[in-house]
Every structure is written in structure tokens, then in C-alpha cells.
Design a protein around this ligand. Structure first.
Ligand SMILES: [Fe+2]
Length: 521
């Protein structure tokens, strides 16, 4: 049931629950470190935690108390300090920010007044109030900053900060995970992408529109650490052929040799998870890779990243009914059995988890666990209208940002939908991002995806059997021959180096933040 189908009293309860849940997580993330750690900037890419704390309150005051409630500003002199467009993150430590105690008191005061406002809200009279959108937007804003603050914690702890966050591990993968096909077929044809009906959807998710997506195959689960380690072992970071020109330049300039937080220790890879070193988990989805790394892996595997439209069709389209769902499992709100969301665990679940959250096509973990890079630039949908302000999404549209979909373990369910679009620069690695790969079902000239050479050695699967430790024999949907680092021939028979094409450009989570928008930058 969506917010628009709720009576006002029930909707009031839903809003109060979401706001309260968000604040509990905010408190957990900011009470866990001392004042010195709250005001310190742990990376120029991130704000001091105390900035996030007061920014959350400031946006809540701006949108709910002032815009919706018509109240006078509580502390207009601090508005510029917490305007994300006015001050990039690198500048924020030098601002005369509210000290932690004052930031907490400000947030507490705002929240009290907002709950009073909520008590009397009718949810009519303006588009902002309809279906409680403004309240939902602010709840989403706070949980997005909770994710941002969790990223800051990860950085802080990786740089020698005392580990302060802990959570139990997700359950082991279910027994059927070992038997899952490595990829699933998503049949071709039109489907409805985006939404015009989701009450709390943001402007970049709108409107619903038809998109014709040819048949394609998609990894059943996100690419794992074990599979990614094979890419490294096979010289993936040393072969420019797997990288775009820009990707190769960045790989060299940044000295990339492995995912962020990984380090080699003798014969094994170790990583730091919120400050605690551990061996990588081969069956866990890989995390902290940038778009360039994801794209290079896909090429090495003889595949490509899915377009955003492909990702959403796999996640939402039900071939049996020809209808588009809200979530892979249907229209019901996310629950613990569906997806790894909400910082319940501080890591992705093993590949193959959450069978109850599978999409009709059979793909698992499309929602939760890791944000998934797509090949697509962040662009508006046909008929897009900026709302409530163009800084919300519109100023970010363009080829410099790549779209991520599906949400991570750090995302709250209130800010995670089948239509939710995230976007970031292709060099970003601190975010909780991984990926899965795809290939076209219909062979395209020059594409290695699914094509069989008419010469030479029999094809073998380009994806290692160790991905899920299953036998890897050529079969429908899993027969792309290996293109790893070897001279071969094109499908025209001419000698040359087999090249995978650039992934097709398709049609992007992060809120643009600023006083006109409630987003975590
Ligand atoms: Fe923000």
C-alpha cells in the first residue's frame, strides 16, 4: 500500500515512524564518536559529521517548518553555513559550524516542532503536502545523510580511527545459492520505466514512460569479491585493453590496483571493514569499486555493464502479467526477508541471499546489499519536470555522472525503490557501490556477448567457475568465450585483437544538497 492509499491518521503514523527511525540512526552514528571526531574532517570528500548533523536539522526546518508550516526562521544566520551548494565539502571544516551540543539541540528543537506540525497536518492544499510528500522527502533526506555519515565512518576507521561501529553478520547464503544459474534471461519488449504513481518518488524518477528493451542476460547476483580477485590475478589492472581511455588514465593517475580498502598480505587479500581487518569473503558482493573498475571487469569477462533501463526492467517487470512492480518481489514494502537494507548489517550479504526478494527473472539482491553501477549517464526521463526545485536533480543531468541503482546495505527502505536513481562520478570509490554484468541476448556484430566464433578453440565461459563454484560448461545464457588478454579474431574472421565495445549508453542517489534541496552532498 502506498502513502496515497492511506487515511490521514495512518499516514501520520507512517511519517512519524520514518522520521523517528531516521533520527535513531543519526543519533547512533553521531553519538558513537567523541566531539573531536565529530568536528574533524576525515576526508576532503566528506563533511565533518557535525555538519551533517546540523544540515539535517536545517533542511528539516527549511522545508517543513518554513515552507510547509509558514513559520519564521529559527536561526537565519546559520542557513548559509549549511547550504551545500554554497560550500563544497572541502570548505566545511573552516566554517563557524555549530558545536556538537548546539547542533543536537537545534535538531531536537526542530523535530519537536515538526511533530507538532504533523499532528495537525491535513495533507491537502498543496503539492508539497499531498500524500505527505514533504515529510517523506525529509525522512529520505535524513536517511541519505545517515548513509553518507556511514561512509565517513568507514573512511575514519580505515585511517586509524578506533572502530566504534559493529553489527552481526548477515546469514549465510541459502542452500540453493550454489545451484543458481550464473545469469538470467530478461525477455525483450516494452516495459514501463519510472513512476508517476509512487507518492514519495523524487522528480528524477518521474514520469512513468514506456521503454523497449531487447532481450538480455543479467548476472543473477552482484559480482563477488572472489570473482573480482580473479580479475586482479589475471592482470586486469595491468591491461589497458579492458579499460576505457578515461578509465585507464584514471587507473594510472590514481594508482588503482584493487578495490578501496583492499591490501595484499602474502597470498591473500585483506580489507578493512569499519576499521577491522579481515580476509575478503569470496562469496560476498564486491564493494568500493569505481565505475571505471566495474566497466573494466565487465570487458575482461566478455560482458558489459547493464544499462539503467535493463537494470530496472530486470528488477520490476513481470512477464507473466506484463506489469511493472514497485520492487522485484512485488508491491509490498521491503521487509527483512526481501533485502539487506537499513544498516542492520554493515556489509553485503553473500551472493544468492534473499530468495524471497528475487525478481520475476530470477535475479537476486537487486535491492539492497550494494549500489550497482550501470552503463548509463544520468539523464532526465522524457517529460521530466524539475520539482520542487531544479537543484534537486536537473543541475546534475549530463554525461559526467553515471547512474547507480538498487541501494546498498546502508540505505533505509524509505529511500529505496525499484525506481530510485542514484548518480556519481565514475571515479568514486568511497560509496557502497558494486555492480553486476550483462550481455545482449541477440548477437551483435563485433560484440562478444553471446557470439560464437566459427573458428578456433571451443568457447569457454569467460566467467570463472569460482564465482559461485559451479561447473562452468557452455550452455544457453553462459557461453561468452573468453577474451581475457589474448590475441584472437573478430567475428569477421580477420585477425586482430578481440575488443569489447563501449557499453551502450542508456538513458543515476544522492540528493543535490543545498538550501533548495534536501540532499546529502
Ligand atoms: Fe543534504
Amino acid at each position: 500500500m502506498t502513502e496515497s492509499e492511506l487515511d490521514p491518521e495512518t499516514l501520520r503514523g507512517v511519517i512519524a515512524r520514518e522520521l523517528t527511525g531516521a533520527r535513531q540512526r543519526t543519533a547512533a552514528l553521531t553519538d558513537s564518536v567523541d566531539e573531536a571526531e565529530l568536528v574533524r574532517q576525515h576526508s576532503p570528500l566528506m563533511s565533518p559529521l557535525v555538519w551533517d548533523l546540523a544540515h539535517i536539522a536545517n533542511q528539516e526546518e527549511l522545508w517543513l517548518l518554513r515552507e510547509v508550516g509558514g513559520r519564521e526562521p529559527m536561526h537565519p544566520e546559520i542557513d548559509p553555513l549549511y547550504d551545500a551548494f554554497e560550500h563544497p565539502r572541502s570548505e566545511r571544516p573552516s566554517l563557524p559550524l555549530l558545536p556538537p551540543a548546539e547542533a543536537r539541540a537545534y535538531g531536537h528543537e526542530v523535530r519537536g516542532r515538526v511533530l507538532d506540525l504533523l499532528d495537525g497536518a491535513s495533507f491537502t492544499g498543496s503539492r508539497l503536502l499531498g500524500d505527505g510528500f514533504a515529510f517523506g522527502m525529509i525522512a529520505q533526506h535524513e536517511v541519505q545523510h545517515d548513509e553518507t555519515m556511514l561512509i565517513t565512518h568507514q573512511i575514519r576507521a580505515s585511517r586509524g580511527g578506533t572502530p566504534v561501529l559493529a553489527a552481526r553478520a548477515p546469514d549465510p547464503a541459502p542452500s540453493d545459492a550454489i545451484r543458481l544459474a550464473p545469469e538470467v534471461l530478461v525477455p525483450g519488449g516494452p516495459f514501463t520505466m519510472g513512476t508517476s504513481a509512487e507518492p514519495w518518488a523524487l522528480d528524477n524518477e518521474r514520469p512513468a514512460h514506456p521503454v523497449d528493451v531487447p532481450s538480455f542476460y543479467l548476472d543473477t547476483t552482484p559480482v563477488t569479491c572472489g570473482a573480482y580477485a580473479e580479475f586482479i590475478a589475471d592482470g586486469g589492472y595491468d591491461e589497458p585493453r579492458w579499460w576505457t581511455r578515461a578509465g585507464w588514465e584514471h587507473r594510472q593517475k590514481a594508482g588503482l590496483t584493487a578495490p578501496l580498502y583492499w591490501r595484499r598480505d602474502g597470498g591473500q587479500w585483506l580489507r578493512r571493514v569499519f576499521g577491522r581487518p579481515e580476509p575478503i569473503s569470496p562469496d560476498e558482493p564486491v564493494l568500493h569499486v569505481c565505475w571505471y573498475e566495474a566497466d573494466a571487469y565487465a570487458r575482461w569477462a566478455g560482458r558489459r555493464l547493464p544499462t539503467e533501463a535493463e537494470w530496472e526492467k530486470a528488477a520490476r517487470f513481470d512477464p507473466a502479467t506484463r506489469l511493472t512492480r514497485r520492487y522485484p518481489w512485488g508491491n509490498a514494502e521491503p521487509e527483512a526477508l526481501h533485502a539487506n537494507l537499513g544498516q542492520t548489517f554493515l556489509r553485503p550479504a553473500p551472493a544468492g541471499s534473499y530468495p524471497a526478494g528475487a525478481a520475476p527473472c530470477g535475479a537476486r539482491q537487486l535491492i539492497g546489499d550494494v549500489w550497482e553501477w550501470t552503463s548509463s549517464d544520468f539523464l532526465p526521463y522524457p517529460g521530466f519536470q524539475a520539482w520542487p526545485y531544479k537543484e534537486y536533480s536537473e543541475v546534475f543531468f549530463g554525461p559526467e555522472y553515471k547512474v547507480l541503482r538498487g541501494g546498498s546495505f546502508a540505505v533505509s527502505p524509505v529511500a529505496c525503490r525499484g525506481t530510485f536513481r542514484n548518480w556519481d562520478y565514475p571515479i568514486r570509490r568511497q560509496i557502497f557501490a558494486g555492480f553486476r554484468t550483462a550481455r545482449s541476448a541477440v548477437a551483435e556484430r563485433g560484440l562478444c556477448a553471446g557470439t560464437w566464433p566459427t573458428w578456433g578453440r571451443p568457447p569457454r565461459c569467460a566467467r570463472s567457475s569460482s564465482i559461485r563454484r559451479t561447473a562452468c560448461t557452455p550452455r544457453r545464457g553462459h557461453r561468452a568465450f573468453s577474451v581475457r588478454g589474448r590475441s584472437t579474431r573478430t567475428d569477421s574472421g580477420r585477425a586482430g585483437t578481440w575488443r569489447t565495445p563501449l557499453p551502450p549508453s542508456g538513458t543515476g542517489r544522492r540528493f543535490p544538497s543545498g538550501r533548495t534541496s534536501p540532499l546529502p552532498t
